[in-house]
Design a protein around this ligand. Structure first.
Ligand code: CUA
Length: 337
């Protein structure tokens, strides 16, 4: 093997493991589980990989031994042309691989049973996840009536019961560090039960092609310490803030109230609309446009001006707002803590 071949192989190996490290460089690594569900998936992967490695080594050793001890040298008589008459050998090499496959399927089957929908634990937090083209809606079904978009907060070390429904086409809910992906299918309620173990920010991504902005259908899960979560949920349950009079935000509130935005977006105490994300506490979120853009006045302005340029296929139309009106609207939206 030449040196450049070796370098190529090493580069290939590095590429293969590049997505698999621990934080902070690999926010979507499945190799750094932070929930019971993700740990089971990772455990299954490692168990099967270990068995596969053992089988690989056995096969390679057998192959090398065969090459050295059973090959024909120049001038020697060749081996018999056929061994098909050896019935025992035939049975052995059919049955052997079948048994190996059966054996390494055990961890998979065990994981399937472990992750089947079950009666949620009494202390679990029920959340409905609604997938839309191309964003995620989260409804807290614990009586708080909190609704948010693209950024889900959950408490650490408490069972979470997610009910997944779709508003349009098939999507797939996937947060690699918190668990395996699960499809979100119209007309069906799929479920995920998990307990997140480590507070932090985890990246999610729609994992089923669902149209032009499928790749832009991202989300985040914030695993909070229980006290922080309680505070967050309490503040989210509050109605939206009313800006002080004669400020850009108060003028922006009037722009919003008189705009077509109210048909699609809910702002608690101001408007009711269920086509787009609930904006009651928009300013408390770190991102906009389904995790694609940072939530700051500059990008929010560009997003309202040219939704389709920022996110192809975006369902939000460009209403031609501009100038002071747009600046005031953005000031209002960014005041909605
Ligand atoms: Cu939703 Cu892909």
């Amino acid at each position: 093997m030449k040196l450049r071949h070796l370098r190529g192989l090493l580069a290939l190996f590095a590429m293969m493991i590049a997505g698999c490290g621990d934080d902070p460089g690999h926010p979507m690594s499945t190799m750094a589980p932070r929930s019971d569900l993700a740990s089971w998936c990772y455990g299954m992967f490692m168990e099967i990989t270990a068995w596969d490695l053992l089988i690989f080594v056995i096969v390679i050793v057998a192959f090398i031994l065969a090459v050295f001890f059973f090959s024909t040298r120049v001038g020697e008589a060749g081996p018999p042309t056929s061994v098909s008459s050896d019935l025992k050998l035939e049975i052995a090499w059919t049955l052997g691989p079948a048994l190996i496959l059966l054996f390494i399927s055990i961890p998979t089957v065990r994981l399937i049973f472990r992750t089947q929908p079950r009666t949620p634990a009494a202390n679990s937090l029920p959340i409905t996840v609604v997938a839309h083209q191309w964003w995620w809606e989260f409804q807290y079904d614990d009586g708080s009536k909190v609704m948010t978009a693209n950024e889900l907060h959950i408490p650490a070390n408490q069972p979470i019961h997610l009910s997944l429904v779709s508003n349009d086409v098939i999507h797939s809910f996937w947060v690699p560090r918190l668990g395996g992906k699960r499809d979100v299918v119209p007309g069906q309620v799929n479920q995920i039960d998990l307990i997140a173990t480590v507070p932090g920010e985890y990246y999610g991504q729609c994992a089923e092609f669902c149209g032009v902005s499928h790749a832009n259908m991202r989300f985040r899960i914030f695993v909070d310490k229980p006290d922080d979560f309680a505070m967050w949920e309490k503040s989210q349950a509050e109605p939206s803030v009313t800006p002080a009079e004669e400020t850009p935000a108060s003028r922006g509130a009037r722009v919003f109230a008189n705009s077509p935005c109210t048909t699609c977006h809910t702002i608690s105490g101001v408007s009711k609309g269920y086509v787009g994300p609930d904006l009651t506490h928009l300013a408390s979120r770190t991102t906009i446009a389904a995790g694609v853009l940072a939530n700051n006045p500059k990008l929010l302005t560009q997003w309202i001006e040219h939704p389709d340029e920022m996110k192809p296929g975006a369902r939000m139309p460009d209403f031609g707002l501009g100038g002071d009106e747009l600046n005031d609207l953005v000031a209002y939206l960014e005041s909605l803590k």
